[in-house]
Write a protein that binds this ligand. Sequence first.
Ligand code: SAM
Length: 278
Amino acid sequence: MPGSPSAPLSLGRGQILTGDALALLPTLEAQSCQLIIADPPYFQVLLDESWDNTWASADDYLAWTLEWVRACQRLLRSDGLLYIFGQLGKREHVWLHVCSLLAREMQFHDLLIWDRAVGYNERSDSFTPQYEMILALRPEADTPPYFNKDAVRLPYDEATIATYLRDKRYKDREARELHLRKGKYATNILRIPSLKGHSKEKLGHPSQKPAALIERLIASSSRPGDTVLDPFLGSGTTAAVAERLGRPWLGIESNPAYVAIARRRLEAIAAAPERELA
Ligand SMILES: C[S@@+](CC[C@H](N)C(=O)[O-])C[C@H]1O[C@@H](n2cnc3c(N)ncnc32)[C@H](O)[C@@H]1O
C-alpha cells in the first residue's frame, strides 16, 4: 500500500490520518465509533488505478478484507453499524465471496442497493450494470443497532399527496395531511444519481461517492455527536457529510494526493458552512 503513517491533520470536527488503514486502525480506541463507512478498493474493477490492483489473487484480497474488517469490528460500539461498499466487477464475482465471508465474521444486518440511476456501459454480453451494493454488518447478534428511520424519510410529491387526500376512508383530513407531509420511509434501494464527469460535486477521484448517498447512511445510522469513521476516505465524502451533520469524524487514506483533495474540501466547508453538500 502506498503512503506511510504521518501526523494527523485536524479539520473542523475531525481528523485525517494519512497511511495504511491496516496499520492505523489498530492504533484507535476500541468501541469508539458509532458508524463506519468503508468504501474499499473493489479488486480489479478500476483497472487503471494501482490501488485497485495490488492483490495477486482473489484469495489475497479476501484475506486482506478480513483483516481490516476485524480491525473495524474492534472499534464499533455495540449498537453501531459497519457499511461496506462493493461491486460486481466486469469479470470478478469476488464481492459475493466478501459478503459470504463477512456475514460469518460479523452479524449480517442488511444488503442495500445503491441504484445509480444511470447505467455504466461496460458490458456487451449482459444487461447494462446500474447498481452497487452496500453490505451492512453489526457487531452483536442480540443488540439492535441505532437506526433512525424518520431521519431519512422521502417527501411525497404534491400530486401524490392530493390523490391520497381524496381517499374517503380518512375522516381526519388534517391529521392525514400532516402525516403525509412527513414523507415516506426510505427503502433499502437508494436511488441517487452517480456523479458524472461534469458534476459540480466531482473533485477528481475516480470512485467518489455522491454526498447525498453518504448523507442517508450518516443521518439514519448515527446521532449528532456520534463518531463516524471512514478507513478509505478517498476525496473525503464521508468527512464532508459528517462535518455538515455535526458528527465527529475520522478518515484514513493512503494516497497523499487524495488526502490533499479531502483537505481542500473540508477547508471549503469551514469557509462556507451554509453552502450545499459537495
Ligand atoms: C473506493 S475509493 C474511496 C472513495 C471515497 N468513498 C470517495 O467518495 O471519494 C478507495 C480509497 O481507498 C484508498 N486506499 C486503498 N488502500 C488503502 C489502504 N490500505 N489504507 C487506506 N486507504 C487505502 C485509495 O487510495 C482510494 O482513495
